[in-house]
Design a protein around this ligand. Structure first.
Ligand code: IPE
Ligand code: IPE
Ligand code: MG
Length: 260
């Protein structure tokens, strides 16, 4: 069956989705994909539902996309789930969002374990409600020995906050005599960021849904040479076909990293 999303591939009009997946897998798969999952609220509003209904639907998409990214051979999937600025939202919405990790991991954790996925957290643990942190930490512990894709949740994460925190720690270590100003390099600074322990630190591909063409304080240092892909569709409507389209778009681009 030819999917509508792929009608732009005129020469592949008869290819099935699985054919396209197989073809994409023969080319370079982005090792680190980061997604700004946006548009849950508008998705709900369009259906005259409360905003939280959009967040709930979005959680199901996380499950689907995690599976598919792992199947494609992605090494790190970073998902922006809650920003340091999202605390500004109405209290009931924040409370709902902080309950989602428990709900999501409660049902999905056994699947993550069997799929060899490793769960990680990127963001400030302090500030997260105890029950939220406990759910994520349990998932991290139960998947710590897995060797497959890293599912990196950006929760209470903001890039500027990350940098401030990095500089604070760097200054402290410098005062303790670990290094001098001359020793500060891009590598050293990177080692103080929240991505330092990931197998691939910088995203190769960044996706944002919902038609917003902005970064919203996400991985500012790490996306210096990341390929960007945007879709008008809201996160709850995001499918495997969207991810495949983004990956195929990535595969057509010539990355030069400042060279020729
Ligand atoms: C993204 O959807 C989820 C979070 C930021 C937590 P939004 O809640 O931002 O949805 P819109 O942008 O208001 O539609
Ligand atoms: C970015 O979305 C944060 C997450 C997706 C978690 P926002 O909806 O918070 O971003 P703005 O406010 O539209 O820039
Ligand atoms: Mg939004």
């Amino acid at each position: 069956m030819m999917l509508k999303r792929f009608s732009f591939l005129k020469d592949k009009a008869n290819a099935s989705f699985q054919d396209l997946v197989a073809e994409a897998k023969q080319r370079e798969i982005p090792e680190h994909i980061a997604i700004i999952m946006d548009g849950n609220g508008r998705w709900a509003k369009r259906r005259a539902l409360p905003r939280v209904a959009g967040h709930h639907e979005g959680m199901k998409v996380v499950r689907k996309i995690t599976k598919f990214a792992s199947e494609l051979g992605v090494k790190v999937l970073t998902l922006y789930a809650f920003s340091t600025e999202n605390w500004k939202r109405p209290k009931p919405e924040v409370e709902y969002l902080m309950k989602l990790p428990q709900e999501f991991l409660g049902t999905f954790l056994p699947e993550l374990v069997s799929e060899n996925v490793q769960v990680r957290l990127m963001g400030h643990k302090e500030g997260l409600p105890a029950h939220t942190l406990a759910a994520v930490e349990r998932a991290m512990a139960e998947t710590a020995h897995n060797t497959g894709m890293v599912l990196n949740f950006a929760l209470n994460y903001g890039s500027r906050d990350e940098m401030v925190y990095a500089v604070k720690n760097l200054v402290t270590d410098s005062i303790e005599g670990k290094f001098t100003a001359e020793d500060v390099t891009e590598q050293l600074l990177s080692s103080y960021l929240m991505t330092s322990s990931l197998p691939v630190q910088d995203p190769d591909l960044l996706i944002r849904t919902s038609g917003e063409i902005r970064i919203s304080n996400f991985m500012l240092w790490q996306i210096a040479y990341t390929e960007l892909w945007f879709t008008e569709d809201y996160w709850p409507d995001f499918t495997e076909a969207h991810l495949l389209e983004a990956v195929m778009s990535f595969q057509k681009r010539g990355r030069r990293f400042g060279g020729v």
